[in-house]
Design a protein around this ligand. Structure first.
Ligand SMILES: *Cc1c(COP(=O)(O)O)cnc(C)c1O
Length: 352
């Protein structure tokens, strides 16, 4: 573990941010007296209902877990048997950042990786992978997982998701969505959550709370109830059933009822746009991907990145070697402007 000291706001990750006031106060309100344990409480009931009304889906099954790795892994495990496989992008968090948890929790379902230049799966890529082998020696494709927005900050349009789900239906594949930044996708598209999930053919969504402004917690939404059978047991076995569940579920009431989920995501997306618009014409650097959500990826020569680090900026370079800047619900626009001018300065300074 490397200790990182932050004296100023940084944009290395959206989970550097704290808890937004709406989530915090909902937690405080829930902290009154006793409530039933393990999810049999009113807060959990009410937050599940918030999801059902937000998604305009009365019969949607809702579960709460601690983090995204658990949400994705357990959701995927519920969609397939151990001899099945899961098609994903080579950029997918389930492939690159979950330490094998999807394979572990599914007892060995193999991830089949599509090479995607920008992190987006396409119907063609799915068709190619699913059709590669039909024999009994190869794990049978059963699930497709897409990340909305992608790890590269791209947002699938409604039509793109519909095209993917059409191939899934045709090939008898189920569609899972890793929505660790789902709110940012909705803010970007200006659509209803249902438009890019069940109405577009997604079976299960992992809706991220942490990066949206909560302390901790992700919700798993099953739009097809049958697929949720025994999912509560799966969560318990995996150590993901919170005994004081109200503190995982109540913050969602604060996020969803007053629209903080969308407000937070809009702010984060605007911060990314603000940075991108100020640096897109700077020489020596290039935006690696269109800025659809709350991420900006910068391709720049090493000396530029080193100069930026020397000016005190933190960023990750694990995607394509470029610098990633990721904005949160409380991104300071003044800091964004300082970053933009520092990038400009670093890029034009001559190489020593
Ligand atoms: C952050 C993130 C997750 C969840 O990660 P945890 O650290 O397990 O909460 C899942 N998918 C994507 C694309 C992410 O960026």
């Amino acid at each position: 573990m490397k200790l990182v000291h932050l004296s100023n706001q940084q944009f290395a990750s959206d989970n550097y941010a704290g808890i937004c006031p709406e989530a915090w106060s909902a937690m405080e309100i829930a902290n009154s007296g006793h409530a039933a344990a393990y999810g049999n409480d009113n807060w959990t009931q009410r937050s599940s209902d918030c999801f059902r009304s937000l998604f305009q889906k009365e019969d949607c099954e809702v579960f709460f877990v601690f983090n995204g790795t658990a949400a994705n892994s357990l959701a995927l495990a519920s969609l397939c048997q151990s001899y099945h496989s899961v098609i994903c992008s080579d950029y997918a968090h389930v492939e690159t950042d979950e330490c094998g948890a999807p394979e572990f929790f599914s007892n060995g379902s193999k991830l089949l990786i599509a090479n995607t230049p920008d992190g987006k799966l396409t119907p063609e890529a799915i068709r190619e992978i699913a059709g590669k082998r039909k024999d009994i020696h190869y794990p049978k494709p059963r699930v497709v997982t897409i990340t909305q927005p992608t790890e590269t900050g791209l947002v699938y349009t409604v039509d793109e998701i519909k095209a993917i789900s059409a191939v899934c239906r045709e090939l008898n594949l189920r569609l899972h969505m890793d929505g660790s930044r789902f709110a940012n996708a909705c803010a970007s598209l200006g659509c209803e959550p249902s438009d890019i999930t069940w109405r577009a053919g997604a079976d299960v969504l992992c809706f991220g709370g942490t990066k949206n402004g909560m302390a901790v917690g992700e919700a798993i939404l099953f739009f097809n109830r049958d697929l949720a059978e025994d999912f509560d047991y799966r969560c318990k076995q995996a150590g993901q059933l919170a005994s004081k569940m109200r503190f995982l579920s109540a913050p969602w009431i604060g996020m969803l009822e007053g629209g903080a989920w969308l407000k937070n995501a809009r702010h984060a997306n605007n911060a990314a746009q603000r940075l991108a618009s100020q640096i897109e014409d700077v020489q020596n650097i290039r935006l690696m991907f269109p800025v659809n959500a709350n991420a900006v990826f910068l391709e720049a020569p090493d000396y530029v990145l080193n100069n930026l680090r020397e000016k005190g900026w933190n960023f990750y370079t694990f995607i394509g070697g470029g610098a990633r800047f990721m904005f949160s619900w409380d991104a300071s626009l003044d800091r964004v402007d300082i970053l933009a001018s520092d990038i400009r300065e670093c890029a034009v300074e001559c190489r020593l």
